[in-house]
Design a binder for this molecule. Structure first.
Ligand code: FES
Ligand SMILES: [Fe+2]
Length: 436
């Protein structure tokens, strides 16, 4: 349970708020590369953390991210012309390059000082993992070591295009309850289960899946271990499984990266990164990657249609089953086939996270042992934000190597500790992938 003040601090990310300033120390995803593929193509609106920005790819193929409002009289540059290495406001023709320099101010006298002083704010940009990332924090000169961090080295950004799938989806609730839903891996025992009346004869899971489902159904109270490090933590949950233990390990990486915990060695990994749009909406960038092989056509088609962490979406990346249509809950399906009556694992998560309200009221909860990782997440985020508010810069943004980490599951003998299991599953105490 949090106090009202703590809940506000956790959930609010506009500029000037403690969490908003903390978020701005980290690179944020602002668009998919596919949205800005073409040089001199149409600009895109980028609304994140209460800020209105505009993105464009200039004539040379370089990306610019600028404040959306033209400094003259505030026209939105989304309607601007992307021409000859700059974005021109169509109201009176002011034009800016990707660094925010004014290239042309047609309604300003030639001898005016404005030609020297007018500029607009631009933000550092990188492309990694088919995502465009921007840095909205202070200038390098204001950071302790005098340089900007680089974007996080998440493993999906380091494999070739053929080995990954990347997209995004919009949610209409606060960002933090989505992360908490991912860390609370105990909910699988209910939320993602077949209806209690369904026997194996009636559905199509493989025998291995069937076994995993049974372990999860039979033990709704997994035991959690949290392995903390400077850039996040591993949340490991162990269930009793026919005299052994079935472990599911998920990675939380600061400030908003999460993963799916079910992957076995050789299978495809799934993860996501959230960026708030406002305090009651966010973009969730979702990705799947397989370090060992390219993703096949069939696997891609499945992801396109909504699979694993990906919702079924329309051409604007809006989920088809969403809060406005009650996630198309089918009560007959709920009675006879699935526990929720909602189609899709990602939609089942989304349904329940939206149902907690636009901003979950954490002053009114009754938490249990299975909320261990959720509590640790809140503590870590609140500490990061308040330390920064007290002048202590976070170290995580520059610890890139700690972000190359895998989630996954493992069946282990009952006496193995979490450290043994991490070693057995990943060959590393924190699931990190060594360079090589
Ligand atoms: S408002 Fe953009 S040029 Fe006037
Ligand atoms: Fe879930």
């Amino acid at each position: 349970m949090l106090s009202r003040e703590q809940n506000d601090m956790l959930t609010q990310t506009d500029a000037g708020t403690p969490m908003g300033e903390y978020f701005r120390r980290f690179w944020q995803p602002v668009a998919l590369v596919e949205e800005l593929r073409e040089a001199d193509g149409p600009p895109v609106r980028i609304n994140i953390m209460g800020q209105e920005l505009v993105g464009f790819r200039d004539t040379k193929g370089e990306i610019g991210v600028l404040d959306a409002r033209c400094p003259h009289r505030g026209a939105h540059l989304f309607f601007g012309r992307n021409e000859e290495c700059g974005l021109r406001c169509v109201y009176h023709g002011w034009k800016f390059d990707r660094h925010g320099n004014a290239l042309d101010l047609p309604n300003v006298a030639a001898d005016s000082n404005l030609h020297k002083t007018v500029r607009t704010r631009s933000y550092p940009v990188r492309e990694a993992g088919e995502i465009i990332w921007a840095y909205l924090g202070p200038a390098a000169s204001k950071l302790p070591d005098g340089k900007l961090p680089e974007p996080p080295m998440l493993e999906f950004t380091r494999v070739s295009d053929s080995h990954r799938y990347v997209t995004k989806q919009r949610f209409d609730c606060n960002w933090a309850q989505i992360i908490e839903g991912d860390l609370d891996t105990g909910h699988f025992s209910f939320l993602h289960m077949p209806a209690p009346s369904v026997t194996s004869a009636h559905h199509t899971h493989s025998q291995a899946d069937e076994q995993r489902l049974r372990w999860m159904r039979d033990d709704p109270m997994p035991q959690f271990d949290v392995l903390e490090h400077e850039a996040g933590f591993v949340a490991a949950a162990a269930r009793v499984a026919d005299g052994q233990k079935y472990w599911r390990m998920t990675q939380f990486l600061l400030p908003t990266h999460g993963t799916g915990p079910s992957t076995l060695p050789g299978e495809t990994y799934h993860g996501f990164t959230i960026v708030p749009i406002s305090d009651t909406s966010c973009w969730c960038y979702v990705y799947s990657w397989n370090p060992d092989r390219p993703l096949g056509e069939e696997e891609r088609a499945k992801l396109d249609a909504g699979f694993a962490l990906v919702c079924e979406r329309d051409e604007n990346y809006l989920p088809v089953r969403n809060v406005d249509n009650d996630f198309l809950i089918d009560r007959d399906e709920q009675n006879h086939r699935t526990f929720t009556g909602v189609k899709g694992l990602a939609e089942q998560d989304s349904m329940i996270q939206h149902s907690q309200g636009p901003i979950l009221d954490r002053t009114k909860e009754v938490l249990t042992e299975t909320d261990t990782a959720v509590v640790r997440f809140r503590t870590k985020m609140l500490k990061g934000a308040s330390d920064l508010a007290n002048g202590e810069e976070p170290v995580a943004p520059s610890l890139h190597h700690l972000f190359t980490a895998r989630p996954g599951s493992w069946l282990a003998s009952a006496d193995m500790t979490v450290d043994d299991v991490m070693q057995a599953r990943f060959g590393d105490p924190l699931g990190r992938v060594r360079d090589g």
